[in-house]
Design a protein around this ligand. Structure first.
Ligand SMILES: Cc1cc2nc3c(=O)[nH]c(=O)nc-3n(C[C@H](O)[C@H](O)[C@H](O)COP(=O)(O)OP(=O)(O)OC[C@H]3O[C@@H](n4cnc5c(N)ncnc54)[C@H](O)[C@@H]3O)c2cc1C
Length: 305
């Protein structure tokens, strides 16, 4: 039994724990893998205000230590079930059951990968899932974007203002994304389209990615594309299924919660990339964490008065 339980030990969850602990609450963080979330895989984070050039792993470690030094309990356990029980919220993990009057869900998202050989090893060395995060590292260099939805098109537009050349690769011959975005890209003289093409292999050297082998599905032949960066925008999956029996999500699975982080279930708050929002970044995740940690603490206080 705790005052506040946080599910997910990424930037949003750890920040929620920090604020709840500083509000005098007994806090448990349940993290299924390792604390730090997605940011621990970024070798260089250059857009966090006040800390240019930090490593994601160092940030994750410092935040974990900061939270643990405040007395927050951190357990490596994956939550598999949520129910309401005797007026409390009860979470199940393979190791046990934990109850609290208030929960913060900060479960983040997974970026869909292409599943290519070497893809994981090249993250941070040419392969990226976020143009806003990493685009600046490719200033004046050739890059490719793979995907056919709005995210891929927006990433290509963002990159076209910085990179020498942007090749947009899509497996179909029509984009799913907005035609307005396609038109804007067509008007750029450094953007090229490779439609009905897939990425078949990644080429790399000691410095990282050097190019892509593409397969032209119509011609059934391969072609080589030099590229220093590959931005993969083939979708994100919010980690919400475990809770979707009790907490409302949109049709893509993001928790329905606004700036106050309150969800459809009283006492449950959603923070970070897992909630409906337009910008998914480290800054927005920690912002949500602060709001959700304080809101959860206030909810506990409200029940006691
Ligand atoms: C390679 C890479 C580079 C990036 N670079 C930048 C950058 O330079 N700048 C920037 O602003 N942003 C960057 N981002 C984005 C940033 O990392 C995310 O926006 C941020 O981590 C979101 O934080 P979060 O806490 O909401 O979610 P996450 O970081 O996804 O953390 C969620 C945590 O919840 C855990 N979890 C999920 N389900 C369960 C469950 N059922 N039980 C227990 N635990 C669970 C997960 O294991 C995970 O640790 C990058 C992302 C990636 C992948």
């Amino acid at each position: 039994m705790y005052d506040v339980i946080v599910v997910g030990g990424g930037p949003a969850g750890l920040t929620a724990a920090l604020y709840a602990a500083r509000a005098g609450k007994d806090v448990l963080v349940l993290e299924g893998e390792s604390t730090g979330g997605q940011i621990q895989y970024s070798p260089l984070v250059d857009n966090y205000p006040g800390l240019p050039g930090m490593s994601g792993a160092a940030f994750a470690q410092a935040l974990t230590e900061q939270v643990q030094n405040l007395g927050v309990h951190v357990r490596t356990e994956e939550v598999t079930f949520l129910r309401t029980q005797n007026g409390l919220l009860e979470l199940t993990t393979p190791q046990g059951r934990y109850s609290a009057p208030a929960l913060v869900l900060a479960t983040g998202v997974s970026h869909r990968k292409l599943g290519l050989q070497g893809e994981d090893d090249l993250i941070g060395l040419g392969v990226s899932y976020c143009a806003v995060c990493d685009g600046a590292f490719y200033q004046g260099r050739p890059v490719a974007v793979v995907g056919g939805g709005d995210t891929a098109l927006q990433e290509a537009l963002f990159l076209s203002a910085r990179c020498s050349k942007v090749t947009v690769i899509h497996r179909r011959d029509l984009f799913r994304g907005e035609s307005r975005l396609v038109q804007q890209l067509r008007e750029k003289n450094n953007v090229e389209f490779r439609l009905s093409c897939t990425v078949e292999a990644l080429q790399s050297g000691p410095e990282g990615l050097t190019g892509l082998t593409l397969r032209d599905l119509k011609e059934d032949k391969t072609l080589e594309l030099p590229a220093d960066g590959l931005f993969v925008a083939v979708g994100q999956e919010p980690h919400s299924q475990v809770f979707a029996n009790l907490v409302m999500t949109d049709d893509q699975g993001y928790f329905l919660a606004g700036e106050d982080c309150a969800t459809s279930l009283p006492g449950v708050f959603a923070a970070g990339d897992c909630r409906v929002k337009s910008v998914r970044q480290l800054t927005t995740a920690v912002g949500d964490g602060a709001v959700a940690g304080l809101a959860a603490s206030a909810y506990v206080d409200g029940r006691q008065n």
